[in-house]
Design a protein around this ligand. Sequence first.
Ligand code: ZN
Length: 339
Amino acid sequence: MPPMPSTTRRRLLAGGTATLALLGIRAPGTAAEAAEPDSSSQAPGFYRYRLGQFRITVVSDGMNRLAIPDGFVTNASRAEVNAALAAVFMEPDVFLGPYNPIVVDTGAHRALIDTGNGEAAFRVSRGATGQLLGNLAAAGITPTSIDTVILSHYHADHINGLLRADDSLAFPNAQIIAPGPEHRYWMNDEAMRRAATPRIQAVFRNARRVFRPEVLARLKTCEWGDEIIPGITALGTPGQTPGHTAHLVSSANQQVYVQADVTHAPYLFARNPHWHPFYDHDPIQAEATRHEVYEHLARDRLLVQGYHYPFPGLAHVEKTASGYREVPVIWMPGEHPVR
Ligand SMILES: [Zn+2]
């Protein structure tokens, strides 16, 4: 910090506690100590639950609040999208996008699935997104303790958190496991040349920015059906991107289906699985994947962890006349036995 001009210093000294309060600084021993914190933020965004022998911690990367652009759903009108928002008592023309990476502690490994928008996004969004590192710290999880980072697909909100704001590795001790079909597509120069739209070209450029040599040196690809580490299996769920991958986490007869972006916000896209959001790479394939996965989730009453579900993103789904409906799991204050 540069030296403070003497006039400023004089004003600060003269202004006393009122000036300090304006600067967000509390004078010790004053009534300000007893006042409520002057902040609009929530408690830290992490949520723990047990799955068999595993401990899972959902760690929020924050949430985006966006004006819905024209063509947001290519085969549904703005009026239809707004009707779906109204049905869940939400504001019209506004899209809320939460981000829910998870940490899976298996006993043998500590794996992070997806990495959020990255530390650099925290500044750009003025703290709305890029919260992962702060919330990990609040949960008592150090980035150096993560030994495995598992990626679902290469959209920016899932991979940018591999890097700190200064482009150093956010998880320096982790092996990075990426889906082979996803990695091969976005690293293919011919596919990049053929990219049809500026948006897809931007996804290519961002993937190549993130997958710098230090990242590639730690990266291993997996194939669909592989058990990446004991208890976490990669499942092919293509459509949103060519190599989009979900993960089944299993321990002691309990399972959670970590769906990544099979659907985005469930109150729009699980309830209307035939809708094509503009960012689906192959909308027909994405729709088929959504139907297949959600049939399976509903039929087998599987627990689902949704990256863009409302925090903490844990729910079951049931079949309805026109699609599926998510039923959030009740928030638990801790792991207490049934009495
Ligand atoms: Zn996403």
